[in-house]
Each structure stands twice: as structure tokens, then as C-alpha cells.
Design a protein around this ligand. Structure first.
Ligand code: SF4
Ligand code: SF4
Ligand code: SF4
Ligand code: FES
Length: 897
């Protein structure tokens, strides 16, 4: 069944009047009667209902009396209508609901003492509320538990057949991995086809199950819900910034839950446009690194070949002496720093302040440089906004979404759920353009497979099509006639035929996509790794801006060009000024007024404007001997870059390598000093998610061993270097940021922004276009038959998730190269066959495995693993404007050994 709530943003639902318990209520026409009742603040029992998906109507608990009807009606599946007279209370309704509880309990095992849901069970609550004490006809089910999944166990003896698990998986997530199946005389929930569960393992089904029928393998039989401390915080894996509850017992993280729960079932369906409160597999099951035995719990100091545990005080004294000595002997420009975007805003702010005022250097960068900076710098250049233009609600309510170069269900699964809702509830047209067969492509109205490395040419084709087929917005281009003439002339020489031949898309397709995009009232572009982490990333984002501008999609409500971020605080790293080109607030480092403002606030002079260096330049200067000391905060360049970057040689040349990290990473193993840092679960602060929302993280447990929050270590180091910092808490740092960047925290909402194109389109635009639309060539010259792509898996995030044993259990490193089955058959390869993978940088042997998401002509290896070291087959090219290194795409040969 399915009662669709009124969620069309283009149609204002008609207001209706009805009476509930004698009171007149105004509601929207077409919504569930249950929603209208709960809107009045009255909560009536409902065991199979959740506002995030369509009502199912099986439990028989939400009964109400409707005037004119003899029998009670199920309010969840009934549609509210004008003039209805509803009664929600009374002895008759109480008895009817009690009967429903008795029916469920009569086939329930009553094993509450050993059930994980004991104390967090809707059936238990209902039995209690209705005083069910007598179960004369009870019978047991005796269904064996299904324990085949790596994360969830299915105990169908406890199932009340409410279908919430099936509905959330099918409706909200559009994964559809569960079904009912009649077995042993009972309707049971089974993984599709009754095979072992093969899904995204997000655990949302577990979250909505009102009883203990689906249980979490990680926390089963450990503690009762009331024994655990529940801390609301923000996920530390990707830039979606999902809200979660870390449930801990002392220093043990027991499980992760989220706002999506059967307990949180009352809401307006249109509210889910901002998020449904669920998590992905990483957020829910990737917590075990927090209290891992591999965590660093004591400072380590190098003595010869060994790293020896030392007390903090001795370590900090020795470390300060080394920094001071290097600065005295070689000057401030002999020092540089790299920070991870998994740190909080407050820590990133302190990091740049320490580098600039404590050490006096502008050689600093963050992991946002691996790609996000291409977007930030391009967007800032074009419209003056160094982040995405649209939030989740815009995405959900968009009419057209172009997803280009993004495997979004893998990288940012909860942003992907917004697009899924746009498809399912709001009927959006979604165009996917990717060289992989992505999950989003399977759901999209217009999925297109493109040749690897041709994303930029695809955009050329779209811009040209918008112009040639007269799809431009007269008002938008009319404001800048000269710029439009320049753009028109820049794309004139691009040949549709050539673009079509190279990208694999027909000329008609470009016209079709450009038409859909231009004609829709709310059109959004999402570009990601296939654009921002690849060659010409900066220019390709600007091309997308050109497309959005000429079709009138810049500055219009619900329109814009967006990206997603891989790490939780890449946006925060840029906003806090962890980049040589930016001070906090993305003020230009060479802006005299901004320099004066920060210098006076910090009571220190700033390094000269010429002295800065970004990530790649820092590593080059380490190798040349110019930089003598490198302070690495949570970054791991040795494990990230291909061998051709010669990171090892660069780090070996250093007189002082300091790594501050929760783990002994590959880079840390080379360090002179290793400082044990806390994880996000052991500290306070904020992250800025991909929408620009500032979200709190809260301390859920005491820090492990002698590890300390990064801000704490940096404060000690700064003071030892002669600064006078008085921060006692993350709050103190926040207060300083608030003064310098008024409105940044903004109660968690992205700041409002009006894009301005005038500067961009009038200042050297023509000259820029010449470089941008110069050729119709793919981003790399094809030299070998296969495109090798290194990218992200849903179950992992950077190298951090490899420390999360739960995620490794779900998705271990197979060490195999993933290929399309057709290519494997053509080459006579089977699962496990050994091949030699050859690039212009070298070769290695590894086995292959089929993967249906890999397009023919492509092979894939997950970037999270360096065994075997596939990354070393890649070359690095550096964007001339942004300094972003690209090394995730390479041409290779595959030969059977
Ligand atoms: S874990 Fe997520 S994807 Fe898997 S069945 Fe449950 S809801 Fe569906
Ligand atoms: S497993 Fe839980 S959520 Fe699914 S139908 Fe049974 S009781 Fe409902
Ligand atoms: S990894 Fe990203 S999508 Fe998954 S729970 Fe964390 S923030 Fe949400
Ligand atoms: S909540 Fe309405 S039938 Fe279950």
C-alpha cells in the first residue's frame, strides 16, 4: 500500500480543517491522518509507522474512531480529509489496541532478559502501557536465527512483521535488500532471495526495527541500553556530517546509533529533505578504531633506529629545542606543516595560527588540497563563494540533478540519499555522467557511461549544446553580453563530432542533457572526484560554472554547482585558513587589510606574502633541503602519494619530522617525534560539513592513555615557542574565531550568500576562456588499453577506516584488481588469475576479480590499501593554478602472468 504525503514543493497543499478530540485542527490536504494527530502533540501508539517512509498499516495500533464509521480506522494509512471528526482516546480504543498487542505477544518468544532491545523495545512499552498480563493462546515460533551477515543478526521469532526494515531499505535508501517470505508458517523478513545479506550495511533497518528482531553483531549481549552513555556527535568519516550517538561504557565504544530510530517516528515527511537521520556503514560500524589496541598512548622519541616511549614533558622540551634550533639556524622558512581535515575547526584554526605566528611560516596545507581546493578556488573565482551553493534540502527538492564524475553512493552515501529522495518523492530527473557503472546511475532517469578521463570534454559538449541549441537564459547572458560573446567564440571551434567520438556520447545526448538542465526550474550540478581530483579539475569546475551561468542557474533558488568532500572537515580546513593562499574566513593571504586585522588580533606579524608553499611544493622543498622541519598533524603523505613523488626521500632529508596522530602511520614510523593525539570521540569542537553547516562534536569518552586533543598539544607547543596562548578548552578557541569571523558558527546553518558574477565575467574572462576551451582532448593521452582508477569504496574512508576492524571484516583488502567481466573473459582471466599490471611508471603482479560496477576498458583498485602498492604505478600531475595533485587515474596494460 502506500499513501504518499503531499511533498511537491511546487504545489502549495490545500489547507483543510478537521476535528480531533473536539478541537478544530488545520492541516495539509493529502497527509496521513496519523501525522495530523501527532502534529497536535498527541502521540498515539504506532508500531509499524515511521514518517520517513510510506505507511504500511500492519500493526493495528494507531486506531482512532472516525465519525460515521462503526469500526476503528488505522490512522497511519488513512488520509486526512476536510471535515473529518476524529476521536483518539476512549476505553473502546484502548481495548482494541490492547488486543493488537496481545496478538503480537502471543507469537513472541518473551526472551526479553537476553534481548538486545530490552529497555528499548516498542512492543515491551506497549505491553506495559496496555497492561497485557494474560496470553492464553501464546505459541512459540522456533525459527533459527540468521547470523550469516557480518554485521546484523535476524531473529525472526521476535519479528512483529511491521515491515519497517523493508520499507526503509526500499523507500528511503532505494536499495531494497530485504523482503517478506512465508517460511515455517510465518511471514519472515529475509535478505532478498533468502541469500546471505548482501547490501550496503548501513544498519538503518536495525535502527527502525521496533523490537529486537534485527540485532547489531557488534554490541549483542554486551550491555543493556540503560548501562551506556549516549553522546550526540558528528561522524568523523566523510563531509556529509551525519549526526550520531556514540554509545560508550567507560572507555569502550559499544555501538553507534543515530536520530533515525523507531523512537523518533513523528515528523512531517517534508522535513526529511534535510536528512532522514540515518547513517552509512562507515558511521554505524566503523567505530572500532576509537578504542583500538593500536592507538598511540604515549609520546615516542627517536633514538637511532627506534622510537622510544617518553613522558610528555621530556618530549615537549626536546621537541621545542629542536624547533627553536632549526628556526635560529635556518630561519622560519625551514619549517612547514601539513594537517588533516579530520581535525576540528578549532584545531585547524590553531594549526595555521601556530604555523604563522609561532613558527613564522606560510608553508602550510591540509588534505583539502587533494581535490577540494580545485572546487573552492574555482567557485570563489567565479561566484565569490568558496564552497557549495546548495544544501541538502535544495538537492532533495531539485527538479534536475547532473551528477558528473561522482560515485556518490560510495563516497557520500547520505548526500546520495537526498538525491534518492529527489528521485522517488519529488520525481527529479537525474543525469549521471561517469566512467563507472555507479549505483546512482542505476536509479537515474538519464544514466550515461562516458570514456575514462573525458569528463572535461563532456562539459565542453554541454556548454556548446546549450549555446548551439539556444538553451541560454536571455536574462542571465543579457547582463554580460560581451562575456557571452567571448564564450560563444571560445566554444565555436570545438567539434561536436570529435567530442562525441572521444567521450562516447552521441551529439543528440548533449542536446538532451543540456535541454533538461536548462529547462528545469531548479537545476543542480554535483561534481566530485572525477572532476576535482583529476587533471584540469580547476578548469573543469569553471566550465560547469559557465554552463550554470548561461542557462540561468546561478543565483536562482535551488540551483547551483556543488561538490562533495571526502573527509569530514575539508571545508573547515579551508575556512580556517589552512592553506598558503588563505587566512581564516578565506581572506586572501596577500590582502593587506586582512593581514593587518589578523596580525593585530594575534599580536604578531605574519610571514611575507611571497613565502608560502602548498602541499606538493612543501614536499619538493623538503626534498631539496630547503625545509628542515615538518610538522604533520594527522596527515600521512607517505602512504598517500605514489612513489614517483619521492616522499620517502623528502622525509628522510628532514632534520626534524614530527607526526601527531592517533596511530603509528607509515609517515609516523619515519618521524623523530610522534605525539599521540586523541580521536574526535575524546574531544570537543566543530566540523563544517559539505553544505557549510557547522556541526558540533562532543567528548564521548576519556582520552586513551596519555593521548591528548590536538588543540591541547598545539597550545603547549605554541607556548613553548614563545607564544602566549591561554586556551583552556575548545570553547576558548571558538570564542576567538567568533570574534574574528562573526557569523561563522551561525547556529549550524550555512551562511546565506548571493553569488556575484560581475567580477569574474568582466576581468580577463576572454583570456581565461582561451585556455579553458582550447582543445578537444581527453585529460590524459591514452597510451595503454586500460584506464586504471584508484578510488573510494563505500565501506572505507581514506586510510583511517583500515584501522576500524568492523569495516575490515565487512570489506577486507582482497589485494585484487577489479575488472569488468567482459574484459576478463576477453583476456581469458578468471577470478583470482594473476596478472601483470603495467604502467609507464612500472609494473606489479596481482590477482583480478570481476566487479559489475567497473565499465569495460577500466580497472579499479581501492585507494585505502597499499598492498600491493598499486598507487606506485601512478604519475602525479599538479594543477598549475591550484597546486592540486592528481594521481588517481592512469593508462595501463593488463597481461596474464
Ligand atoms: S543494512 Fe541498510 S542496506 Fe542493508 S538491509 Fe538494512 S537498511 Fe537495507
Ligand atoms: S525485523 Fe523488525 S522492522 Fe523488520 S518487520 Fe520484523 S519487527 Fe519489523
Ligand atoms: S561516513 Fe559520511 S555518510 Fe557515512 S555516516 Fe559518516 S558522515 Fe554520514
Ligand atoms: S501504525 Fe498504523 S497500523 Fe501500525
Amino acid at each position: 500500500m502506500g499513501l504518499k504525503p503531499a511533498t511537491n514543493p511546487d504545489v502549495e497543499a490545500t489547507p483543510i480543517e478537521l476535528s480531533i478530540d473536539g478541537k478544530s485542527v488545520t492541516a495539509k490536504d493529502g497527509v496521513s491522518l496519523y501525522d495530523v494527530i501527532s502534529m497536535t502533540g498527541k502521540i498515539i501508539p504506532a508500531m509499524c509507522y515511521h514518517y520517513t517512509f510510506d505507511p504500511f498499516g500492519s500493526c493495528g495500533m494507531c486506531l482512532v474512531m472516525q465519525e460515521g464509521k462503526k469500526a476503528p480506522v488505522r490512522s497511519c494509512t488513512a488520509k486526512a480529509a476536510a471535515g473529518m471528526v476524529i476521536r483518539t482516546e476512549g476505553e473502546d480504543l484502548f481495548l482494541a489496541r490492547k488486543k493488537a498487542v496481545e496478538k503480537h505477544l502471543s507469537v513472541h518468544p518473551l526472551d526479553c532478559p537476553v534481548c538486545d532491545a530490552d529497555g528499548h523495545c516498542e512492543l515491551q512499552d506497549m505491553a506495559f502501557q496496555h497492561g497485557v498480563t494474560n496470553l492464553a493462546n501464546a505459541k512459540q515460533k522456533f525459527i533459527p536465527e540468521d547470523t550469516r551477515s557480518p554485521v546484523l543478526d535476524f531473529n525472526m521469532n521476535r519479528c512483529i512483521a511491521c515491515a519497517e526494515c523493508i520499507n526503509v531499505c526500499k523507500d528511503v535508501l532505494m536499495i531494497d535488500a530485504l523482503q517478506f517470505m512465508k517460511k515455517g508458517g510465518f511471514n519472515q523478513v529475509v535478505p532478498k532471495g533468502d541469500l546471505p545479506l548482501d547490501c550496503e550495511f548501513c544498519g538503518d533497518c536495525l535502527a527502525v526495527c521496533p523490537v529486537g528482531a534485527i540485532t547489531n553483531k557488534f554490541s549483542k549481549y554486551l550491555y543493556k541500553p540503560w548501562q551506556m552513555k549516549k553522546t550526540t556527535t558528528t561522524c568523523n568519516y566523510c563531509g556529509d556530517g551525519c549526526q550520531m550517538y556514540l554509545e560508550t561504557k567507560d572507555t569502550e565504544v559499544v555501538r553507534v546509533s543515530s536520530p533515525l530510530s523507531w523512537k523518533n517516528k513523528w515528523g512531517d515527511r517534508s522535513e526529511t529533505a534535510k536528512g532522514h537521520g540515518g547513517l552509512c556503514v562507515r558511521g554505524r560500524f566503523g567505530f572500532e578504531y576509537l578504542d583500538s589496541q593500536h592507538r598511540l598512548v604515549q609520546p615516542l622519541v627517536r633514538e637511532g633506529d627506534r622510537l622510544i616511549e617518553k613522558p610528555w614533558l621530556e618530549t615537549m622540551h626536546a621537541l621545542t629545542d629542536r624547533f627553536t634550533e632549526i628556526k635560529r639556524k635556518h630561519g622560519a622558512d625551514a619549517i612547514a606543516g601539513l594537517a588533516t581535515a579530520r581535525c576540528t575547526n578549532e584545531e585547524l584554526y590553531l594549526f595555521q595560527k601556530l604555523m604563522r605566528t609561532g613558527f613564522g611560516t606560510n608553508q602550510l596545507d591540509s588534505s583539502a588540497r587533494y581535490g577540494h581546493m580545485n572546487f573552492v578556488l574555482a567557485s570563489k573565482h567565479a561566484i565569490g563563494l568558496g564552497r557549495t551553493s546548495n544544501d541538502w534540502e535544495d538537492l532533495t527538492k531539485a527538479k534536475t540533478i547532473i551528477v558528473i564524475g561522482s560515485n556518490i553512493t560510495e563516497t557520500n552515501p547520505l548526500t546520495a540519499v537526498r538525491i534518492k529522495e529527489a528521485i522517488r518523492v519529488y520525481k527529479a530527473q537525474v543525469v549521471t555522467l561517469d566512467s563507472a557503472v555507479t549505483n546512482m546511475a542505476k536509479l537515474a532517469s538519464h544514466p550515461f557511461l562516458i570514456r575514462p578521463g573525458t569528463e572535461g570534454m563532456v562539459i565542453d559538449g554541454l556548454v556548446k549544446a546549450a549555446i548551439v541549441y539556444d538553451l541560454v537564459d536571455e536574462e542571465a547572458v543579457g547582463k554580460h553580453p560581451r562575456a557571452f560573446a567571448e564564450l560563444k567564440s571560445a566554444v565555436e571551434n570545438l567539434s561536436f563530432e570529435q567530442i562525441s567520438a572521444q567521450t562516447g556520447l552521441a551529439v543528440e545526448t548533449f542536446k538532451e542533457i543540456a535541454t533538461i538542465f536548462a529547462e528545469s526550474p531548479r537545476s543542480i550540478i554535483v561534481c566530485a572526484e572525477g572532476i576535482v581530483r583529476r587533471t584540469h579539475g580547476y578548469q573543469n569546475v569553471l566550465k560547469l560554472m559557465d554552463l550554470a551561468w548561461i542557462t540561468g542557474k546561478i543565483g536562482q533558488p535551488g540551483c547551483g554547482v556543488n561538490t562533495v568532500t571526502e573527509e569530514p572537515n575539508e571545508q573547515g580546513a579551508v575556512d580556517m585558513g589552512v592553506a598558503p593562499e588563505f587566512l581564516p574566513g578565506q581572506a586572501r593571504f596577500d590582502d593587506a587589510a586582512a593581514r593587518d586585522r589578523f596580525a593585530s588580533a594575534w599580536g604578531a606579524s605574519l610571514p611575507s606574502v611571497e613565502s608560502g608553499a602548498h602541499l606538493v611544493e612543501i614536499l619538493k622543498r623538503c626534498k631539496s633541503g630547503q625545509i628542515k622541519a615538518l610538522y604533520v598533524l594527522g596527515e600521512n603523505p607517505l602512504a598517500t602519494f605514489p612513489a614517483s613523488m619521492e616522499v620517502r626521500a623528502a622525509l628522510e632529508r628532514l632534520e626534524l619530522l614530527v607526526v601527531q596522530d592517533p596511530f603509528l602511520t607509515e609517515t609516523a614510523k619515519m618521524a623523530h617525534f610522534v605525539l599521540p593525539a586523541c580521536t574526535y570521540a575524546e574531544k570537543e569542537g566543530t566540523f563544517t560539513n559539505l553544505e557549510g553547516r557547522v556541526l558540533r562534536i562532543r567528548q564521548a569518552m576519556d582520552s586513551l592513555g596519555e593521548s591528548l586533543p590536538d588543540w591541547h598539544i598545539m597550545t603547549a607547543l605554541a607556548n613553548a615557542m614563545g607564544c602566549q596562548w591561554e586556551y583552556q578548552s575548545a570553547n576558548d578557541i571558538q570564542s576567538e574565531i567568533m570574534k574574528l569571523l562573526p557569523g561563522y558558527y551561525n547556529l549550524g546553518q550555512p551562511r546565506k550568500f548571493v553569488p556575484v558574477l560581475d567580477q569574474y565575467l568582466s576581468n580577463g574572462y576572454a583570456a581565461e576562456l582561451k585556455a579553458r576551451y582550447r582543445t578537444t582532448q581527453a585529460s590524459d593521452e591514452r597510451t595503454r588499453p586500460f584506464a586504471l582508477v584508484m578510488g573510494q569504496l563505500l565501506m572505507h574512508s581514506g586510510k583511517l577506516s583500515a584501522q576500524a576492524s568492523g569495516l575490515i571484516r565487512i570489506a577486507p583488502n582482497t589485494g585484487k584488481l577489479r575488472m569488468n567481466l567482459r574484459d576478463m573473459e576477453r583476456l581469458g582471466l578468471q577470478d583470482g588469475t594473476k596478472v601483470r599490471l603495467i604502467s609507464d611508471r612500472g609494473s606489479l603482479q596481482l590477482a583480478v576479480q570481476p566487479d559489475q560496477s567497473i565499465a569495460p576498458g577500466t580497472c579499479f583498485f581501492p585507494e585505502h590499501f597499499n598492498e600491493p602498492p598499486v598507487k606506485d604505478l601512478m604519475t602525479v600531475s599538479v594543477d598549475a593554478t591550484t597546486g592540486v595533485p592528481s594521481f588517481k587515474h592512469m593508462w595501463v596494460s593488463v597481461e596474464q602472468v
